[in-house]
Ligand binder design. Structure first.
Ligand code: ADP
Ligand code: MG
Length: 450
């Protein structure tokens, strides 16, 4: 089977298992072999393969069969290249028991790209970032736990991995354990079933830094909550650092026991706010440097990143996905990355994150800003002090809405689409040299997006 076909199977699996599960469990799978009804995958840990086998094997098999590759068995091999949240063993200190626990330290794989270096800091996340940095210094525990919360794709997991990476470098003797709440539960249930609950307890109580991602997952799962609570207390009593993330504040997690809520609130609770324009642009600029090195020779037109940062406001994962797709598409068709290309290639994403900004709103704001009449926007006057603002409005209409050129033309008094295109180009050209104009545009954008 070609990688392309596996790619299609994966696409299908996103729909079946949901994006979160997909990212956690399916995306990391590397198909290494497919023959005689056996599909073999490389996985980061034994535990990982186990979990996929138990939970997703049926769906993977079904999808492979649908794609014309009947498979009756899945096998998993542990790849050696993966970076893992495994502590370097401090040989001098390790007792035999600890060494045994080390073998089993069930850390989830760490994403090597999620470092502090690659984390772009802006107003919405500066507090969370500063707190994470503090924990990553590995100094005396000052707040416990550190509780990070915020909507999907705002960087919680990124920050937690960054802490783990940094601690591995600075304090290699520390036992750092990062895992999702789902994995915590899985380990716990497995320990119960295999009557290894003492080992489980010992393992979790022997870590120096425990990080549990997406803790909202254990809400309503009573025995898991109970165990989590005890683990948590035992570590806090020993003055061990705990870092927790969730999609909302502790008090707002439904079906979470009150005593757990109040313990979670005891430390430092910080939220990651939704991104703002500057942060999104910063993130895009950083990623672009990477893509430039990957896709040499691709030309990126001015204004495209700004356009994306304005229009894709929902979450960073989608923003990144858009950029990835854009570069891949442009390199495939061998074209320059322009606004038009972006609009074509990202139509679905743009549509779903459309803020429904109307052309009329744009015209009104621009008219106010330049002190001209709204009727002049659609009227025929060609004087520079009217024509220029009109072109600014055309440019913003093109950038900030999903309207086509002919549609925009209609709303500018029935002008031809070539006139609109000319206006958009003119502003693009002027922006490069006229700093007053580019300031105006920035301000107007902010007003319109605000
Ligand atoms: P969460 O865990 O909050 O749902 P993630 O940490 O998985 O979100 O982030 C989603 C994606 O967005 C990741 O690829 C991450 O690297 C990226 N990302 C989020 N915030 C930032 C940021 N401030 N700088 C750089 N990348 C970011
Ligand atoms: Mg996450």
């Amino acid at each position: 089977m070609t990688n392309e076909a596996w790619g299609q199977v994966r696409e299908e699996l996103i729909k079946r298992v949901g994006r979160n599960n997909y990212v956690t469990w399916i995306e990391p799978l590397k198909l290494s072999h497919l023959k005689n009804g056996v599909a073999r995958f490389e996985v980061p840990t034994i535990f990982f393969g186990d979990w996929v086998q138990r939970n997703y094997a049926d769906q993977i098999r079904t999808q492979l069969s649908t794609a014309g590759e009947p498979v009756d068995r899945l096998e998993f091999t542990v790849s050696t290249g993966a970076v893992r949240a495994q502590p370097a063993r401090a040989a001098a200190k390790a007792t035999p028991r600890r060494a045994a626990a080390d073998e089993e330290l069930p850390g989830a794989p760490l994403d090597a790209r999620f470092t502090f270096d690659s984390f772009v800091v802006g107003k919405p996340n500066e507090l969370a970032h500063a707190a994470a940095r503090r924990v990553a210094e590995g100094g005396p525990v000052t707040f416990n736990p550190l509780f990070l919360y915020g909507g999907v794709g705002l960087g919680k997991t990124h920050l937690m991995h960054a802490i783990a990476h940094e601690l591995q470098t600075r304090r290699p003797e520390l036992r750092v354990l990062y895992l999702s709440a789902e994995q915590f539960m899985y380990r716990f249930v497995q320990a119960l079933r295999e009557r290894q609950i003492m080992d489980f307890k010992e393992l979790f109580r022997s870590v120096d830094v425990l990080m549990v991602d997406d803790v909202q997952f254990i809400a309503g799962k009573d025995s898991t909550q109970e165990e989590f609570f005890h683990t948590f207390n035992a570590l806090v009593d020993q003055n061990k650092q705990i870092v927790i993330s969730a999609d909302r504040a502790p008090g707002e997690i439904k079906d979470l026991e009150d005593r757990i809520k109040s313990r979670l609130q005891c430390g430092l609770v910080v939220d990651l706010h939704p991104t703002d324009y500057e942060l999104r642009l910063g993130i895009l600029q950083q990623k672009v440097d990477y893509y430039r090195s990957q896709y040499r020779g691709l030309v990126l037109a001015d204004g495209v990143l700004e356009f994306l940062a304005h229009r894709i406001t929902s979450n960073v994962r989608i923003l990144e996905g858009a950029l990835t797709r854009l570069f891949a598409f442009a390199s495939l068709v061998g074209r320059e990355i322009t606004l038009d290309l972006a609009q074509d290639c990202l139509a679905d994403i743009l549509r779903s994150s459309d803020r429904k900004l109307s052309i009329e709103e744009i015209q009104r704001k621009v008219a106010e800003h330049y002190n001209i009449r709204l009727s002049d926007m659609i009227g025929p006057k060609r004087l520079r002090n009217i024509a220029r603002p009109r072109q600014v409005a055309m440019y913003l209409a093109k950038q900030l809405t999903a309207r086509s050129l002919p549609e925009i033309g209609r709303r500018f008094g029935g002008r031809d689409h070539t006139t609109i295109m000319h206006g958009v180009r003119k502003i693009e050209e002027l922006m490069a040299t006229d700093s007053q104009l580019s300031d105006d545009l920035q301000l107007l954008r902010r007003l319109l997006q605000g």
